[in-house]
Design a protein around this ligand. Structure first.
Ligand SMILES: [Zn+2]
Length: 277
């Protein structure tokens, strides 16, 4: 083999750590003690655990994406929440993305969910999920209904009921939860309707999130390489910050967030997680 051919071979073998495709093509976690590395938007997870497709009080959607992996603390959180939803007769939740088997950037626009501590939960708690497991086709194609009427900037009360409030409250008051992201209209409604607003501290307004809420856990104890987000300002957040968000989503074209920042550089330790066996 000539030098040129050898160089060409090495060129095809070299995979940059931050390339989304290499992370999304890995189908298994690496074998290592569980460890969160980096932040939700620039990180990975070593020794991740799979969330089984179905369990008490939950069902994972879009299984073909292979995004039902996370740090064991996240898997434990989802399972415990599912059990609580059944115990108090709230319903059975549909679970969206967690992380890829080793975390890292995804091939789609989803920018966080990289370090095994984020999970999306649909607000919709369909009756059918109480009665049976969804079939493969439903898991891939059922759409999450929006809870927000964009024209009136209010909640769609055909979908938003006390069950949705209970889901958000259970998540927001779980001690391992750092913060959750919801549509600003949802936050506004909770601010207006909840007599005890103490638990609204962890409920953060963000773009989109009208058909699912996004949960982010605290860095697990002892995970020195885990990068925490800036602490949330004190208070319930039912203030001028929320007013800013309501104005922003009302005036943004199609409620689109600003363009995402350039792809982040992952911590060097993620390189070995990606390439480990
Ligand atoms: Zn999310």
């Amino acid at each position: 083999m000539g030098v040129i051919a050898l160089l060409a071979l090495f060129a095809t073998l070299w995979v940059p750590a931050a390339a989304a495709n290499s992370w999304s093509h890995v189908t298994t976690p690496n074998h290592a003690p569980p460890e969160v590395i980096g932040s939700p938007a620039a990180g990975c997870v070593s020794g991740a655990v799979i969330l089984p497709p179905t369990g008490v009080g939950y069902q994972v959607m879009r299984l073909s994406r292979h995004r039902n992996y996370g740090h064991p603390s996240l898997i434990h959180f989802v399972r415990t929440l599912g059990e609580a939803l059944v115990t108090n007769h709230t319903g059975v939740m549909l679970v969206g993305d967690l992380s890829q088997p080793r975390g890292g950037p995804t091939a789609s626009l989803h920018r966080s969910h990289q370090n095994g501590l984020d999970v999306d939960l649909w607000y919709w708690l369909p009756d059918v999920a109480r009665e049976r497991h969804l079939d493969d086709d439903e898991v891939e194609t059922l759409a999450a209904p929006s809870m927000v009427n964009r024209a009136s900037q209010s909640l769609d009360l055909t979908h938003w009921t006390s069950a949705q409030v209970e889901l958000v409250r259970l998540v927001a008051t779980s001690p391992e939860v750092d913060r959750i992201f919801v549509n600003p209209v949802i936050k506004k409604t909770l601010c207006e309707q909840e007599s005890d607003r103490g638990w609204l501290h962890t409920v953060r307004p963000w773009w989109g999130h009208d058909d699912h809420l996004h949960v982010r856990l605290h860095c697990p104890p002892g995970n020195e390489a885990c990068v925490s987000q800036k602490p949330i300002p004190t208070g319930d957040g039912c203030d001028s910050e929320l007013d800013w968000w309501l104005q922003a989503i009302a005036t943004a074209p199609k409620a689109a967030p600003p363009p995402p920042p350039p792809a982040p550089v992952l911590p060097a330790a993620c390189e070995s997680v990606l390439h480990a066996h």
